[in-house]
Ligand binder design. Sequence first.
Ligand code: ADP
Length: 293
Amino acid sequence: MPVAGETLTASALHIEAGGKGLNVAVGAKRLGAEVDLLLAIGHDVAGDHLLEVLQGEIIDSKHVHRFAENSGHGVGLLDEHGQNMIVIYPGANQLLNSEHVQSAAKALMEADMVYAQLEVNIEAVSAAFVMAKQAGVQTMLNPSPWQPLSTQLLANTDILVVNEVEAVDLLSLTMPLEKVSLEASTAQLQPAIETFWHSWSGSLLVVTLGALGSIAFQRTQAPIQVAAFEVGALDSIGAGDAFASGLCVALNGNQCLKQALTFANACGAIVASKSGVLNALPTAATVATFLES
Ligand code: ADP
């Protein structure tokens, strides 16, 4: 990875439509869910391309709003170990507001689950979660890119999914997570999570730890750890989104928590083992074959 002021030459270039919202929507759809996607894009080439992607995935674009601002863009750098560094430009994503949420009210209130991440305006996420909660719809939030969560947003979030970096921010840990083992990370996280339950009414906090796997912390039961699948990781970009789509689908398919984590880990591993994100997101059949092998 370059340091400040340094220029490096990359060995490959990969361009694709993306963003966390799109990734999770496409991921969940390929896993068999019915998906409605509330999204903001620009009147630009990237926006046009994104609509083509949705059409190809047979995801309805009636809740996709277009603005004069550029579509959000992201640039990810990938090193030879498959580790990534990402910078995003929010663009149109920041223009999504509560009125757009209101226009998708019917779909939102009829959903089994509402999933959001923070590449879009957090006010829109808050409005969506208020509406979901009032309608008794379960909510899952991946607070990424990290920003502090209001009391209201937290109060309307049932399930939180965070990676190791977001876990440190969410729980105000003073040290980075030591990623030695799932057991060690669980032990390091547990005291802060005990405190966190006092300020959050949700039921499930899932922490993903890349090649180690994932841990589910529950309010009333012991944590569940599920080790990652060993794959030759090529490109970890999008693994978290694949994991989140797998978790949404598995929990709504009434899998028990341990099975759901295993299923989500498989989705993450499959994406980590391939280059690109959209083309790597698995179908339910691909995950089933992976789990059998
Ligand atoms: P994010 O992309 O949000 O940083 P993670 O890197 O923690 O998320 O990855 C999410 C999940 O994907 C992990 O919990 C794990 O199950 C799977 N995963 C990620 N990287 C690898 C890897 N190198 N090998 C196997 N599984 C992986």
